[in-house]
Design a protein around this ligand. Structure first.
Ligand code: FES
Length: 574
């Protein structure tokens, strides 16, 4: 197989001419023949003025290039789509698959013997892992790393668990306009990703456990010198992989590696989004994540990381307590320790090498676990025949078994318009229901599943209620919230049949979510059901592709033609 500049030539019908032309053009940049004969290491540039979570990317690229050149390779930086959570309309999830396609095709189209993928903000790491799995060129992840914590009036703050908590207090009238404005300048004090165990931190740590980044690097703060040393080491390792021709992503991301990642997800108190993303990445490797296995691990794996929103602390504290590999030392019996990692060792060796920090309390033992069971549970029932997720580690224990009256919102817009209506018929014991928030219905499955407490109840001191939807929720959020109801209501899922006033029963110990409505009534409602107007297969462009191709949450919300396996049996592998 061709390497370096000879790899993947443009098609002119004469390979010699194609190489001649390529060299002629690249020499315009001042490269010597010696440089052009080296193994080529692609480096994704995901810097964007719209993406502060990737603010350190230019310096990371500089350090990766240094590592590549010290190891004898030629670094070649190239741009890809970059996505930030709060600068993506309608939602970042709508764009994840676009970034995955862009990244995959750019890796495939351009001559690189290995690639360093630099991501960080929630959707970027999953998109890059999906791309890596599909392109299957030797690849290594480097995350941008978490922000440092913020401070306000003596309190330590973190994005974005405290964004939500303080906004909730503002809604309840406890924080003035001036105070909330001041807080907005304190929540995200440095470049880097959200520093609670939200989706970005979850994916950074889970990627380490999956074996796709250098051990010990997932949680290094974005601004610390170690982050740039990790970048240099990542560049050097990518060069070694380029010379050796491997390992390839699919040699690392095996079924055993995904199980290791799921154990990590549960023990971290990780984001529910992490499950959707891991499912999508696994789908690119031809591996199906089984929700029953996820639930089974949820019963066996304790939450060990004392991090917000499940616990009290932040990523920098986790890192200096030993990080992901130190945490996994507590769970060795549940892990495939012989799973290979990108540095050429095994997960077991990486765990053994993790530092032991005397007196640290952030990474708990089984005996002192934050919770004896894992972060999330899988629910089924007549409301969610394909499954639903609850992050039990961030829920209120008193609401884990609850029956209440449904208060239904037809869409995110309906919720926005009515949730604070003083005349809304709602009590603290009711169950807030929102539909048409799934992959197709919204579209893009927005993080709207964290339904706000109605203002009039918030002002009475109500902090949590049972809330259910087919949407997602930010990994930084907390509450008794049932998410990812599958199939979604917009394609005919039973969530679309609930009416205000129905009784809803949540039973987390028995893993059930049901509406207490008899079958005959449900059958009649099904006859009357109409899809929402947003479902329109004739829409043009990327939105049309999304509408026609997006899969449900239990399949990772990937596009049907991108997964590898039975779902895409009509699609030839490339
Ligand atoms: Fe980028 Fe939170 S907004 S990680």
């Amino acid at each position: 197989m061709s390497k370096g500049m000879r790899k993947g030539l443009a098609t002119y019908g004469d390979p010699g001419f194609s190489l001649f032309l390529r060299k002629a053009f690249i020499k315009a940049m001042g490269f010597s023949d010696d440089a052009l004969d080296r193994p080529i290491i692609g480096i994704t540039n995901t810097f964007s003025d719209f993406n502060p979570c990737h603010g350190n990317v230019p310096r990371l690229i500089e350090a990766v290039k240094r590592g590549v050149m010290l190891a004898g390779g030629l670094p070649m930086e190239f741009p890809t789509v970059s996505i930030h959570e709060s600068f993506s309309n309608p939602t970042s999830m709508f764009l994840r698959n676009l970034m995955a396609m862009d990244t995959e095709e750019m890796i495939r189209a351009q001559p690189m013997d290995a690639v360093v993928l630099i991501g960080g903000c929630d959707k970027t790491v999953p998109a890059q892992l999906m791309a890596a799995a599909s392109a299957n060129v030797p690849a290594i992840m480097l995350v941008t790393g978490p922000m440092l914590v913020g401070h306000y009036k003596g309190e330590i703050l973190g994005a974005c668990t405290d964004c939500r908590r303080l906004w909730g207090q503002h809604r309840a009238g406890e924080f003035s306009e001036a105070e909330i404005e001041e807080v907005s300048g304190r929540l995200a004090p440095t470049q880097g990703t959200c520093m609670v165990m939200g989706t970005a931190s979850t994916m950074a740590c889970v990627t380490e456990a999956l074996g796709m980044s250098l051990p010990g690097t997932g949680s290094i703060p974005a601004t610390h010198a170690d982050r740039f040393r990790a970048a240099e080491a990542t560049g050097a390792r990518a060069t070694a992989m380029a010379k050796a021709g491997g390992p390839t992503p699919r040699q690392i991301m095996t079924k055993a590696a995904f199980r290791n990642a799921l154990v990590t997800l549960q023990a971290l108190g990780g984001s529910t989004n992490g499950l959707v993303h891991l499912t999508a990445v696994a789908g690119r490797c031809g591996i199906r994540i089984d929700l029953d296995e996820v639930d089974d691990l949820g019963r066996k794996v304790p939450v060990l990381a004392d991090l917000k929103p499940s616990g009290q602390h932040y990523l920098e504290h986790f890192h200096w307590s030993g990080g992901t590999m130190r945490m996994l030392r507590e769970l060795k019996e549940l892990l495939a320790l012989d799973a290979p990692t990108i540095d050429g060792s095994t997960l077991g060796q990486s765990i053994d090498a993790a530092a032991e920090i005397p007196g640290q309390t952030i990474i708990r033992s089984r005996e002192t676990a934050l919770s004896a069971t894992g972060a999330m549970a899988v629910l089924r029932g007549n409301l969610a025949p394909g499954g639903a997720i609850i992050k039990q580690s961030a829920a209120s224990p008193k609401l884990m078994s609850h029956e209440g009256r449904a208060v239904v919102f037809e869409s995110v817009e309906d919720l926005t318009n009515r949730i604070d209506d003083p005349n809304l018929d709602v009590t603290a014991n009711d169950v807030l229901v929102m539909r048409n928030g799934g992959p197709r219905g919204a579209p893009g499955m927005p993080e709207a599943g964290y339904l706000p407490i109605p203002r009039k109840l918030a002002r009475q001191g109500v902090k949590d209620m049972v809330r259910i939807s087919d949407a997602r929720m930010s990994g930084t959020a907390f509450g008794t919230i049932v998410l990812h109801i599958t199939p979604e209501s917009a394609i005919g899922g039973p969530l679309g049949l609930v009416r205000s006033g129905d009784r809803i029963k949540l039973d987390v110990p028995n893993r059930r979510i049901d509406m207490l409505v008899d079958d005959a009534t449900l059958a009649q409602r099904r006859k009357e059901w109409q899809p929402p107007k947003e479902i329109d297969d004739t829409v043009r462009g990327y939105a049309g592709l999304f509408q026609r191709s997006v899969l449900q949450a239990d399949e990772g919300c990937d596009f049907d033609f991108l997964v590898d396996g039975p779902r895409a049996s009509h699609v030839k592998p490339r």
